[in-house]
Design a protein around this ligand. Structure first.
Ligand code: ADP
Length: 454
């Protein structure tokens, strides 16, 4: 039973006629069918949506593991070959193998970064540092990163005269350009060059287009191009690696900068991806290094603090060894500890000039160690650089709030860490505190949290 009719005769005496009852029964049946249909339809759509979600997730996990597996497989096979005692490799081959391993690691880090970027975008954590950005240098820099393929020039650049700078976040603009150029190259098996055009439009807008003569995209697939985790289903497209996040990230960035992005394409002939950004006005100055923070700009030379004592506290022995060699190579004196307890003992014994501290260790929480050190008069001014695989904005905020002076995420390059250590050592305790507060405020803004006093 789905429901019932109740009928009363109020004014006139007597009962309902038989035809009244028939009519009501027909009406009740129709209503019951309609209600039941509506219920079944709601159930079916919910189940359909869930099934679709499940399908997207399964497909994504399969694709992401495949994409992660490829660079992992090449790194592993290169390392195993290098480790074979019976093979005598020429120094040039060894170098090539090591470069191959390095680039496989970069590819892995790139995929993981894209996944993290997507989760930040979804959490609404996207703050843009907008400034007047001239497009020609930005484009030439991006082109420089992929200049030649198999010896053929990959790009033609056509920038209209007198185009004003765009209002953009320079780092995010670089990401958008990198992505569109890499797709254009990736999905163009012929070596025909990709054309990048820039022109000023009414509005005033600055429009950038990236046109390739590659495999193209069937019209039926255009709708899903900018959706996350979606890849176009064509035989040629499937041959090329990708997780389907790049265009989603581009769209999110362009829109957060106040612009739009779109694509047009003819299968077999090529695709053009275009985006437009507002033109910068006279009041939009160029970005100063100070506005960008946490910049280590200007402190690029290592060696000013030769002999400074560094303690590294991290439970990953191989990484500690590599970091130690790099820091020693830059002139630092290094002591290492593989757990929190050992680390604290080393701090007591050595009174270091700076501490490099992991956050998640089996016996200790790096954040708690940092808070403890900040609370003691004899250790409160020793700089601490966190070295961690926790890379969400909220994790970083916690690190700075616990009294960090640097936050380096794994995987990192040893030269980057050495630079951060040197730059932190060059700041006075007061300058470090001010910088910490500035970064805490910026991260809080990014997370949309009220500005609490740390
Ligand atoms: P990915 O390249 O990692 O798969 P993207 O989000 O960058 O992810 O692109 C989504 C899909 O759009 C790609 O899988 C590809 O099928 C299609 N696509 C993107 N750019 C091009 C292009 N220039 N030519 C043809 N297809 C493209």
């Amino acid at each position: 039973t789905l429901g019932s009719f109740a009928l009363y005769i109020i004014r006139r005496p007597g009962s309902f006629s038989e035809s009244d009852v028939h009519l009501l029964q027909a009406l009740a049946n129709q209503a019951a069918i309609a209600i039941e249909n509506a219920r079944l339809f709601a159930e079916a759509s919910a189940a359909g949506a869930l099934r679709e979600l499940d399908r997207v997730r399964t497909e994504f996990v399969a694709r992401a593991s495949h994409e992660l597996r490829n660079p992992l497989a090449s790194a592993k096979s290169l390392v195993e070959t290098l480790l074979r005692p019976d093979l005598r490799l020429k120094p040039r081959d060894r170098m090539e193998f090591l470069e191959g391993i390095n680039s496989a690691c970069d590819r892995l880090a790139g995929i993981i970064n894209d996944l993290l970027t997507v989760s930040r975008i979804e959490a609404g954590q996207m703050e843009m540092d907008l400034a007047a950005v001239p497009l020609e240098p930005a484009i030439m820099k991006a082109v420089g990163r992929f200049k030649y393929r198999d010896g053929a020039s990959s790009f033609q650049v056509d920038i209209a005269a007198g185009v004003p700078p765009a209002l953009a976040d320079p780092g995010r603009l670089d990401d958008v350009l990198d992505n569109l150029l890499s797709n254009a190259v990736k999905y163009s098996p012929s070596l025909e060059p990709v054309t990048i055009g820039v022109r000023a439009g009414a509005g005033p807008w600055i429009e950038v287009s990236v046109a390739d003569r590659g495999i193209g995209i069937p019209p039926s697939e255009h709708g899903k191009l900018f959706k996350r985790f979606s890849r176009v289903d064509t035989t040629e497209g499937r041959r090329v690696g990708g997780v389907g996040l790049g265009l989603f990230i581009c769209k999110s960035y362009v829109e957060a900068m106040g612009g739009q992005i779109w694509a047009s394409s003819v299968p077999g002939e090529g695709s053009t991806f275009s985006f437009r950004l507002p033109a910068a006005g006279p009041g939009d100055g160029p970005l100063t290094p100070a506005a960008r923070d946490p910049g280590d700009e200007g402190v690029l030379q290592v060696g000013g603090e030769v002999g400074a004592r560094v303690i590294i506290i991290d439970d990953e022995a191989d990484m500690v060894k590599a970091t130690r060699l790099n820091l020693e190579g830059a002139g630092f004196q290094v002591v290492t500890a593989l757990d929190g307890r050992g680390g604290l003992a080393a701090i007591e014994a050595q009174s270091p000039d700076i501490i490099i501290l992991d956050i998640v260790m089996p016996d200790a929480d790096g954040l708690e160690i940092a808070r403890g050190l900040r609370a003691r008069p004899d250790t409160q001014n020793i700089p601490i650089v966190f070295l961690t695989a926790r890379v969400q904005v909220s994790d970083e905020l916690e690190g700075w709030r616990a009294g960090g002076d640097g936050y380096v995420s794994k995987p990192f390059s040893p030269s980057e860490l050495t630079r951060v250590v040197a730059s932190v050592l060059k700041r006075s305790p007061a300058a470090r505190r001010q910088r910490r507060l500035r970064i805490i405020r910026r991260l809080e803004r990014q997370l949309g949290r009220p500005q609490a006093r740390p």
